[in-house]
Design a protein. Structure first.
Length: 448
């Protein structure tokens, strides 16, 4: 190929973002093509809608297949370039005065023909430089795709961590109110007792906020590092064959190391401070055998077993597989104060509290969340979480292990949950107006 034709041929195979020969080219809807890494980095800046860097056409598709024809042509163009630049790039073997045209994968070195026949290389496979370099580019691209995926996953974790920080702060504010309410209700004279409790909460919350802040920072740094590595690998792929081959080992090792140091999210959990004498007080209102109606549900994976009447918060709980034990009171409370305890010792997933209506069929237990006070426990990926309905609020307290105390103060429209073994408060629904009769409710999921 004469040099004019070569030039024309090469310019057709040049990415307009990096001005290099296409690397893993993709063709977007407007017909323009770019290196996949170039476009990923370009769009990653969060531009929305995503535009073609060349014609500004809007791109809707999230994923693209490699343009395989362009990819082979680009490889040929790189080869042509290498052949053309031969003399400048080529390394000469000092011993044999021959061009080093082969690459030894085992030793990660360039060899001339006679060198490759020496006994120490007898068991190795040696390939021509360009072929070896193209194979390395493929390896890099694989690595890059996994780095990019990690970056995306880490971004999601980071978003959750930031969200967690916001909800934790809100939670602490509400918890202060709950604690004050708890002491107030027991006795107005106990105001002094609540002080150390509130102080401890304040101190602990401050520490956790700091941990969360550090965690967000670590994750942000890590994402930046992954992105930087991705960019370095992209540049590496565009390097001439010999340079690429000699740097390959170190670069891959560096990315492996980075992938092993993934930052872990913080699990904020406040200490449950016991409220002195609370259980004695509550036991004055004790009622036994509140759950008189029971049923066992056998649910398949696709059945939602506990649903809200309407589900504005997306709070429907998809209870997957296994058996559910569901119990509720035939009698509803319409006044007074009532306290009962429920044992959840052997269960990770459960729902308990009070509700106005409980409708059951073979596959569905329907509860209207608007007229229910519920506490949920869920285990996802070995992580327990506790939360309540309306408002759907995560409980940043230690998971109760034994019995849960439920105290309904109907006349004041308040309901509280207690960790019986610790004698501590889990959550209070603060006074509101209740007008409907409320039935005790419990749903236990069998351990799987
Ligand atoms: Zn490019
Ligand atoms: Zn375009
Ligand atoms: Zn040699
Ligand atoms: Zn060798």
């Amino acid at each position: 190929m004469d040099s004019d034709t070569l030039e024309a041929f090469q310019s057709e195979l040049t990415c307009s973002i990096c001005m290099n020969c296409f690397l893993d080219p993709i063709t977007i809807d407007c017909g323009h093509s770019f290196c996949r890494p170039c476009l990923s980095l370009c769009w990653e800046e969060g531009q929305s809608p995503r535009n073609c860097p060349e014609c500004r056409g809007i791109e809707e598709r999230p994923h693209f297949q490699t343009n395989i024809v362009l990819k082979s042509l680009a490889s040929l163009a790189r080869q042509a370039r290498a052949d053309h630049d031969h003399s400048s790039e080529e390394q000469i073997c000092v011993t044999h005065q021959e061009a080093k045209g082969l690459f030894c994968e085992a030793d990660q070195t360039l060899l001339c023909g006679p060198c490759s026949e020496r006994p120490e290389h007898a068991a190795h496979s040696h390939s021509p430089i360009h072929k070896a370099a193209e194979e390395s580019r493929e390896k890099f691209l694989k690595r890059m795709s996994s780095l990019w995926k990690m970056r995306e996953e880490m971004q999601l974790i980071l978003n959750q961590e930031a969200k967690k920080t916001r909800s934790f702060k809100k939670y602490v504010t509400l918890r202060k109110v709950m604690i004050k309410f708890e002491y107030q209700r027991r006795h107005p004279l106990l105001q002094e007792e609540k002080k150390p409790h509130l102080e401890a909460l304040k101190k602990e919350a401050k520490e956790i906020c700091l941990q969360l802040k550090e965690s967000v920072f670590r994750m942000t740094q890590y994402i930046e590092r992954l992105r930087e590595m991705y960019r370095e690998l992209t540049e590496m792929c565009h390097k001439p064959d010999t340079e690429l081959l000699q740097a390959m080992g170190n670069v891959l090792e560096m990315t492996y190391l980075a992938q092993m140091q993934t930052p872990q999210p913080v699990n904020p959990e406040l200490t449950c401070w016991p409220v002195a004498g609370i259980l004695d007080t509550l036991n004055n209102f004790r009622v036994d055998n509140v759950l008189t109606q029971t049923t066992i549900h056998h649910l398949s994976l696709d059945d939602a077993s506990v649903m809200s009447g309407d589900d504005p918060q997306g709070m429907s709980r998809q209870l997957d597989g296994g058996e559910s034990f569901v119990a509720w009171g035939a009698q509803a409370f319409t006044s007074g104060r009532h306290y009962w305890e429920l044992d959840v010792t052997h269960f990770s997933n459960w729902i308990l509290g009070v509700s106005k209506d409980i409708l059951t069929s073979d596959t569905i237990i329907r509860i209207n969340y608007e007229e229910a006070f519920l506490l949920f426990s869920e285990k996802v990926n070995d992580q327990y979480s506790l939360f309540t309905n309306s408002p759907p609020l995560v409980q940043f307290v230690k998971r109760p292990l034994g019995k849960i105390g439920v105290f309904l103060d109907y006349d004041n429209g308040a309901l509280s949950f207690y960790d019986v073994s610790r004698g501590s408060l889990i959550h209070s629904f603060l006074p509101s107006s209740i007008s409907s009769p409320l039935k005790p409710f419990l749903c236990l999921r069998s351990p799987r």
